[in-house]
Ligand binder design. Structure first.
Ligand SMILES: NC(=O)C1=CN([C@@H]2O[C@H](COP(=O)(O)OP(=O)(O)OC[C@H]3O[C@@H](n4cnc5c(N)ncnc54)[C@H](OP(=O)(O)O)[C@@H]3O)[C@@H](O)[C@H]2O)C=CC1
Ligand SMILES: O=C(O)CCCCC(=O)O
Length: 476
């Protein structure tokens, strides 16, 4: 059922002119699923020309027309969600239920953008002279280039595509080489919804070569990237050198503050579910768990007991609760985080070993009393490891939570309104969720501060990075 892999340029699914290709593997057993063509410079040039040509007409398409296409895509997503989810699971590994949920969430993103794009308003600015009219217009920025990751291969790419297309821009997307089918299935949906050729293009291959070529092209006006902070820093520097706008959704290392007055049952249930979703490969994944000392031992025990109940296995099997890691290199990374934390004084409570077999399986892992100098406490683990530390007072824990250069998501559990207030005010993060997990909805802004990046996807901010303001002053 895994589809043939191709590029999508100027409304056509094509093999590309590049001579090389790479294998795509199923992370549950490391068997080859397909062969991905690698675009060469000629392919990229064709994509650039297609996107530039298409921009000349798409920028004139009325909002109602853009909105209709996005609504049709929402319908196609719902119709095809099961098949799309199954393919996503094959290439990424996550349980089928999660893959289905990821795809279905994009129908909401399509509808949100379909609605919001009809509200891209300019404004009339009162002038100093009755014969002068002053208007600030919002116009699409131009040809955009997006690089999306493998952890949410459908939804992360989708957010960029709908923001660009809804704003009246055209886009060239490069999905991850590990999970290329998801973005091609998405391209097929836009194609079938009647999106004019060249508005949305997909290329694949060597990330460094493709990003370098596209960002330097004078045709491109805007870059959007989701991935690690080191890669994002490089792309943002290049974009800066060529004066291109950027949205950067980069790494996180989310702190969770659990106070002694929290509803512990709810906190354990929410946090175990969210920590091990997508095997922890989520930039907003709760990672550093700070628990108030009086409930620390009880909380760690209850969290670990629940984590042990998670059934790890192939994502395509119905009973699986957590799938494999997306690549074998992630398994080695997990082992290295755990060894380092334990050598420096942390205590392994559960998990902490690579599971036998051909897949990239690593179990839910809990380490307690993780010392501040452990690598885990500085680098984004991006996997199924939860690290626990005790704290005493709110000001102290806020300082510890804010210590890292990341500032993406943060979480807190408390039944005290005044503590919740101090915590939400004190946390340095782009998103804070208190007493539940409530991030990444179509209608809410998603994004970070500090080295976690800049720009927002979703919410009423979603088009900001894809529009420019043109000021017009006209005397009668
Ligand atoms: N949502 C997020 O915030 C994500 C964060 N990460 C972070 O990255 C770490 C390592 O993951 P790993 O995959 O090994 O990391 P990489 O940084 O090598 O790759 C992450 C993603 O970025 C793409 N990429 C890499 N280099 C470039 C480039 N020069 N230009 C454009 N795109 C590029 C990759 O595409 P390709 O696979 O085709 O090379 C991939 O989709 C994780 O531990 C995590 O911290 C990773 C994925 C998502
Ligand atoms: O890790 C990321 O890149 C984004 C996380 C989005 C989570 C979600 O869609 O629920």
């Amino acid at each position: 059922m895994y589809p043939n892999l191709s590029l999508y340029i100027n409304g056509q699914f094509v093999e590309g002119r590049g001579e090389s290709s790479q294998e795509v593997r199923n992370p549950s057993n490391n068997e080859v699923l397909g062969t991905l063509p690698k675009a060469n410079e000629e392919d990229l040039e064709l994509a650039l020309q297609a996107a530039e040509r298409a921009f000349q007409s798409w920028k004139l398409e009325p909002a109602i027309g853009r909105s209709e296409i996005l609504r049709k895509v929402a319908n196609l997503i719902r119709e095809r969600a099961e098949q799309t989810g199954r393919i996503l699971t094959l290439e990424q590994g996550k349980p089928i239920r999660e893959a289905f949920g990821e795809v279905m969430s994009c129908a909401e993103h399509a509808e949100w953008h379909a609605e919001e794009c009809r509200r891209i308003y300019g404004r009339v600015i009162p002038s100093r002279n009755p014969d002068v009219q002053q208007i600030a217009l919002k116009e699409p920025i131009g040809v955009c280039v997006a690089f999306s990751p493998w952890n949410f291969p459908f939804s992360q790419a989708f957010r960029k595509v709908v923001a660009a297309i809804g704003a009246g821009c055209t886009i060239i997307l490069k999905g991850s080489s590990d999970t290329p089918a998801s973005v091609l299935l998405m391209a097929q949906m836009f194609h079938d919804a009647g999106l004019p050729k060249g508005v949305f293009n997909v290329v694949s291959g060597d990330s460094a070569m493709i990003s370098d070529y596209l960002i330097k092209s004078p045709v491109v006006r805007k870059i959007s990237f989701t991935g690690s902070t080191p890669v994002g820093r490089g792309l943002a520097s290049l974009a800066g050198a060529y004066m291109k706008g950027c949205t950067m959704e980069l790494g996180g290392h989310a702190p969770v503050i659990i106070c002694d007055d929290a509803d512990i049952d709810k906190a354990v249930s929410d946090l175990v579910g969210f920590k091990f979703r997508n095997a922890g490969q989520i930039c907003i994944c709760p990672t550093r768990f700070f628990v108030q000392r009086t409930i620390y031992a009880e909380f760690v025990a209850r969290f670990s007991d629940k984590a042990k109940e998670i059934k790890v296995g192939c994502g395509s099997e119905e009973l699986t609760m957590m799938g494999p890691l997306a690549q074998s290199r992630r398994v080695q990374e997990m082992a290295s985080f755990v060894d380092d934390a334990c050598q420096k004084g942390g205590t392994l409570v559960t998990g902490g070993f690579a599971m036998p077999g051909d897949g990239n399986f690593y179990p839910p892992t809990v380490i307690k009393d993780v010392p501040e100098d452990a690598r885990f406490m500085h680098e984004e683990p991006f996997g199924p490891i939860a690290g626990f530390m005790a704290f005493d007072e709110i000001p102290e824990v806020l300082e510890r939570a804010n210590r890292l250069p990341f500032g993406l998501a943060a979480y807190a559990y408390t039944s005290s309104v005044s503590r919740a207030h101090s915590i939400t005010n004190g946390l340095e993060a782009g998103m804070v969720s208190v007493n539940h997990i409530g991030l990444a909805l179509a209608e809410t802004p998603f994004g970070g501060i500090k080295e976690s990046g800049y720009g927002r996807e979703g919410g009423s901010e979603t088009f900001d990075g894809y529009l420019v303001t043109k000021f017009v002053t006209q005397m009668n």
